[in-house]
Design a protein around this ligand. Structure first.
Ligand SMILES: *[C@@H]1O[C@H](CO)[C@@H](O)[C@H](O)[C@H]1NC(C)=O
Ligand SMILES: *[C@@H]1O[C@H](CO)[C@@H](O)[C@H](O)[C@H]1NC(C)=O
Length: 209
């Protein structure tokens, strides 16, 4: 047991600590989101709350993602992640590709691959959304100790959503059985800027209003 823990702390430091703190749970089995319309889901979403994610937390704040269709493939989406780095307080963008695992039967199930690390594939799914106000995304993997490592992201269309939208989203989290999972407010304290245009340099974008 001790050995396993040491191994964890070298290889997966944070995820092991994290699962240890949460205790044993198994992955939630969510059925395909009935009638999910991926085209209505596209566009920008802001993080409102999420389970603890040390890597994201230490890297940056003010995360938003923007889903769009992949012009090269009908069964893929592009995912653009914008955030502000903790180290230099400057905006950064990450691009990834999402494959729809089963576009016919379950278009709410995505397989994520980062451009920089294409071998690291992760599955997650949209488990609730009204397209206009909020969304809940869920990822779960069973770790070496047999514990579920669950990640939940509560996303909203507006960066600072109304109280009504917050309440509704939280109620849905409860209904889905996530009341025991600790969710943290995502830091959205940065000053909002429009997204950088493709033909805009980083400097131009930084100094634009
Ligand atoms: C999201 O990305 C698409 C495709 O690049 C772009 O057309 C759209 O304006 C972006 N949405 C927002 C809200 O920035
Ligand atoms: C989104 O929230 C607004 C404000 O609370 C509400 O008027 C609207 O009906 C909501 N949209 C959906 C699809 O529930």
């Amino acid at each position: 047991m001790k050995l396993i823990k040491v191994y964890c702390s070298v290889v997966f430091t944070l995820s092991c600590l994290y699962s240890g703190a949460r205790g044993a749970r198994s992955c939630g089995r969510f059925p395909p989101l009935f009638g999910f319309q991926v085209d209505r889901y596209l566009g920008r979403w802001w993080q409102l709350e999420k389970t603890m994610n040390y890597r994201e937390m230490m890297t940056g704040k003010c995360y938003s993602i923007n889903y769009s269709r992949d012009p090269m493939s009908v069964n893929k989406l592009k995912m653009r992640t914008d955030y502000v780095t903790r180290v230099s307080n400057s905006p950064n963008t990450m691009f990834s590709t999402l494959a729809m695992v089963s576009p016919q039967f379950d278009p709410s199930h995505f397989r994520y691959a980062m451009s920089a690390m294409p071998w690291m594939k992760k599955n997650y799914r949209v488990i609730a959304t009204d397209y206009e106000n909020f969304s809940i995304e869920y990822m779960c993997n069973t770790n070496m100790l047999g514990n579920a490592e669950e990640s939940v992201w509560l996303l909203t269309r507006e960066r600072h959503p109304s109280e009504a939208v917050r309440l509704q989203a939280k109620q849905i989290l409860q209904v889905l059985g996530f009341e025991k999972l600790k969710l943290y407010d995502a830091d959205q304290s940065c000053k909002e800027k429009p997204m950088r245009m493709q033909d805009q340099s980083m400097l131009e974008w930084l100094f634009s209003v």
